[in-house]
Design a protein around this ligand. Structure first.
Ligand code: SF4
Length: 366
């Protein structure tokens, strides 16, 4: 079967080394794995078939992936893997495209990337492609995949569409709740969830390279997110944390004296967001939400968007060690008061601490 192509492109050894080196660093693996990784990539080049499905989405994850520069998405798609089906990126359309999908599913053993939520309401009829519901397309594709990688907040936990009327879910989860619709179909195949809105391209590249090299998935947390990317709390690593601890919060966007202060009162959900945006950044490492003066929306979390909206409003209070809450309205802007309630750098985030310790939490409101 002919592969879908965007351009003629050839990866050389230098490119392989670059992709392998980057993936090792992203996953926190030893450089000792470098020869194994390069060998695996060279051996696999152009072979592993990938099906990339899009359901109830905005194509933002595709855009994010195609815009990656190092390594280029095109070099990954065309030289390291064999992209068989991708509605936005492929040249074919209509019958030809659907035939490519069917043939690849028949062959089996491919990597299945899912973008977009899966509407379950009205028997899945809210989203149909080529006369089939997306719900059924995902089921068929999952049944013969080797590994399943839902990308972005919608495909992982339902994301923004979960708040609408289509009864949408992610592949395994609806928010924090596991739903079992695809369990039997997926048949215990590895599932790697890569949330955030949109997908961070580096995270996908790294898990693909890891899978091609070792044939396994990297260590995951209870929501099947790779710990290497989702194991740290934004709030604990934030460049504005000093301002939070000192009680300096932005209350007026127009006040030049407040530039760079903590965004907590402007709705920042960083205290509940497990991700590594603070060090990985976005747009090829130029910046990320908080650096660009926008509150973190916690789009890495299963509760996004439903429980974390509105974006610009404080939804939760920060807890104190041993119980109680920070009386944020009293301490706002007063360093002395912060010290008086004994917060400082020892502030704890009550909500989700149990989650970090491995327990599942319910889908909840504040
Ligand atoms: Fe950073 Fe947000 Fe925490 Fe403030 S509340 S320190 S901006 S993560």
């Amino acid at each position: 079967m002919e592969e879908l192509s965007l351009h003629s492109h050839q990866l050389n050894r230098r490119d392989f080394l670059k992709i392998a080196g980057m993936s090792l660093a992203l996953l926190g693996l030893s450089k000792a794995f470098m020869p194994q990784m390069v060998k695996a990539l060279e051996k696999q080049a152009g072979k592993p078939a990938v099906i990339w499905l899009e359901g109830q989405d905005c194509a933002g994850c595709t855009e994010s992936f195609l815009n990656s520069l190092e390594p280029t998405a095109v070099s990954i798609l065309l030289d390291t893997i064999s992209l068989r089906y991708h509605e936005t990126a492929m040249a074919a359309s209509g019958y030809l495209a659907e035939e490519a999908l069917e043939q690849t599913i028949e062959e089996g053993g491919y990597i299945l990337v899912i973008e977009g939520a899966i509407p379950m309401g009205a028997d899945g009829l809210y989203c149909t492609i080529g006369g089939k519901t997306f719900r059924d397309i995902v089921g068929e594709a999952a049944s013969k995949a080797a590994v399943i990688v839902p990308v972005g907040s919608c495909a992982t936990y339902g994301g923004i569409p979960r708040s609408g009327p289509t009864d949408s879910v992610g592949f395994q989860f609806r928010g924090t709740q596991k739903h079992h619709y695809y369990d039997a179909i997926a048949g215990g195949k590895p599932v790697i969830n890569l949330p955030t809105c949109p997908l961070h391209p580096e995270r996908l590249v790294a898990v693909l390279v890891h899978y091609l090299t070792f044939g396994t998935v990297p260590p995951l947390d209870q929501f099947n997110r790779p710990l290497a990317f989702y194991g740290t709390l934004q709030h604990d690593n934030c460049e504005r944390r000093g301002h939070f601890d000192a009680g300096r919060f932005i209350t007026d966007w127009g006040d030049p004296n407040q530039i760079g202060w903590c965004l907590y009162l402007k709705g920042c959900k960083g205290p509940w967001a497990y991700q590594d945006c603070w060090k990985r950044k976005w747009n090829n490492r130029v910046n990320y939400c908080i650096q660009a003066n926008a509150p973190c929306t916690a789009c890495s979390e299963p509760e996004f968007f439903e429980s974390f909206s509105p974006v610009y409003e404080r939804r939760f209070d920060v807890g104190l060690p041993g119980g109680g809450k920070v009386e944020i309205d009293k301490i706002m802007g007063t360093v002395a008061a912060v010290t008086a309630v004994g917060t400082g750098a020892n502030l704890l985030i009550d909500r989700h601490m149990e989650k970090k310790n491995g327990e599942k939490t319910g889908d909840k409101e504040a």
